[in-house]
Write a protein that binds this ligand. Structure first.
Ligand code: BG6
Length: 498
């Protein structure tokens, strides 16, 4: 494995939630696994006036108590930074000079933007103005959190603005789904086994489903979510990137641009959903108040920060096609939603049935082979196939063959941010989204957003919290049904079993 060079990670928005919940725990894990460079520091930066000690204390909340934590925390520093003009960035620059010299760290810097999106173009500009965006001798990288734009136009503008100050190979657009172990395993499953690739096409595959269900609602993010909605929040980025991994052609090498070129080609082949097709191909919904396991649950419009008349979707299901030789005619079905019966993300590949139904005369349902790649939780792979029921005749029964990551001796599945932060530290952008692909993904979803905005007749279906979303989503699947890994939770007594 490539060794990370000595460097400083500067986190803008360090007093925020992401730093505490995801970034510091991921860095601590890397520290424990000795994957951080020996000479390394984190410099938290935000407007709050904290000391190094305050910042270290805040880290405690999400880190276990141990001697290792104490040692790790010594690598954390804090600098309060305003962002009105380049003058405001001078103290940051001075602090970096001081840290690099005191700690004998090279001037390799990663700037992580974990701030409100309104600062995504401001901070790179100020970094550039104080001479921190480029260096002849050392690397300067910029990690940009989502959302990357709010629509096609703003995404393009943001790309232009960032490229004014940083080159494309310095920019790391994070999509934490690509950091998930099982999403990467998609590449290994497909391209290291001889048996799948010959079947991985329109001749043998009937449909591809990708489901990302969450049992939580919008929690305390109503203010953000009400301006976003499920299409922007989950589909434009995470689930289209996952589609890229499922549908791509074999890359020539496992290297950032080789893989990202293949993802871009998938996005370029997405058959646009025209505005007048949106009503048929895209089903949107919003969760309503209901009872889950006997407890009252709020509807979306009653969540804090949400407009009482909101028409923001908390559920989307859509059907689309990829117009290329491999996938022509195969429906891709993607579904995501909040307040569904369980938290599960999985890819379901449904294979075509055999051409001649030998065993139909026995009144048996023909086997529909399915390969289920479980991204989370209980990461693993499940294969469903038909087997003869022992005994007289030829009765076929469907059976499962499964692999769970938890069965591996060294079973710890690393958190997405661990993998992604480490990749950026070693300069590997394979699992980061490239600017052209992000724009292409926006081009695909933009007509849907336009249709919803210009045509209020397109229904937004209510669905009771704890169910699998509007029943209308079922109509998107022409033969068969979506896979339901567990039942609705609104009927007392029905629990979810994965
Ligand atoms: C985030 C979305 O990007 O992904 C959230 O903004 C969503 O709304 C989250 O809950 C889901 O991520 P994960 O890793 O929990 O599946």
């Amino acid at each position: 494995m490539k060794q990370a060079k000595s460097q400083i990670l500067i986190i803008f928005g360090a007093s925020g939630d992401l730093t505490k919940r995801k970034l510091l725990p991921a860095l601590f894990e890397l520290y424990k696994q000795k994957l951080l460079p020996e000479k390394f520091a984190v410099l938290g930066a935000s407007r709050s006036g904290l000391s190094d000690e305050d910042f270290r204390k805040r880290a405690d909340e999400f880190l276990p108590e141990s001697d290792e934590v104490e040692a790790f925390k010594q690598k954390l520093y804090y600098q309060s930074v305003q962002n009105n003009s380049s003058e405001d960035f001078k103290p940051l620059k001075t602090r970096l000079e001081k840290l690099t010299s005191e700690l004998d760290i090279d001037e390799n810097f990663i700037f992580y933007l974990s701030t409100p999106p309104s600062l995504y173009s401001v901070i790179p500009k100020l970094l550039d103005e104080v001479g921190l965006s480029k260096s002849e001798k050392f690397f300067r990288r910029l990690i940009v959190e989502k959302p990357f734009g709010n629509n096609l136009e703003t995404a393009k503008e943001l790309n232009i603005q960032l490229l004014n100050y940083f080159a494309e190979d310095q920019i790391y657009r994070i999509d934490h789904y690509l950091g998930k172990e099982t999403v990467q395993n998609m590449l290994v499953t497909r391209f290291s086994n001889g048996i799948f690739e010959p079947l991985w096409n329109r001749r043998y595959i009937e449909r591809v489903e990708i489901t990302s269900a969450e049992s939580l609602g919008v929690e305390d993010r109503g203010g953000y979510y009400d301006h976003s909605g499920a299409l922007r929040d989950m589909i434009q980025n995470h689930l289209l990137q996952v589609t890229g991994f499922v549908a791509m052609e074999p890359p020539v090498v496992v290297e950032a641009n080789a893989i990202r070129n293949e993802i871009l080609k998938v996005f370029q082949s997405l058959k646009p959903i025209q505005e007048n097709e949106v009503q048929r191909h895209v089903i949107r919904g919003q969760y309503m108040a209901s009872k889950i396991k006997g407890e009252d649950v709020k509807g979306y419009r009653d969540e804090s920060g949400v407009d009482r008349l909101s028409r923001t979707e908390t559920f989307v299901a859509l059907k689309f096609f990829i117009d290329n030789w491999r996938w022509a005619g195969v429906p891709f079905l993607i579904r995501t939603g909040k307040k569904l019966p369980t938290r599960v993300t999985e890819i379901v590949i449904t294979f075509k049935k055999v051409p001649h139904h030998l065993f139909d005369s026995h009144g048996q349902v023909q086997t529909h082979n399915q390969l289920i790649i479980r991204i989370q939780p209980d990461e693993g792979i499940l294969f469903k196939f038909g087997m003869k029921t022992p005994g007289a005749g030829f009765k076929v029964q469907n059976v499962n063959m499964d692999f769970h990551y938890s069965d591996l001796a060294d079973a710890k599945v690393p958190a997405a941010y661990e993998r992604l932060l480490h990749d950026c530290m070693i300069g590997d952008a394979t699992l980061y989204a490239r600017g052209d692909a992000v724009e292409r993904a926006w081009e695909f979803v933009q007509p849907i957003l336009n249709a919803w905005q210009s045509n209020p007749e397109i229904p937004i279906y209510g669905y009771p919290a704890g169910t699998w979303g509007p029943e209308e989503a079922e109509n998107l699947v022409t033969h068969g049904n979506w896979r339901y890994p567990c039942k609705n939770l609104t009927n007392d007594g029905l629990y979810c079993e994965l």
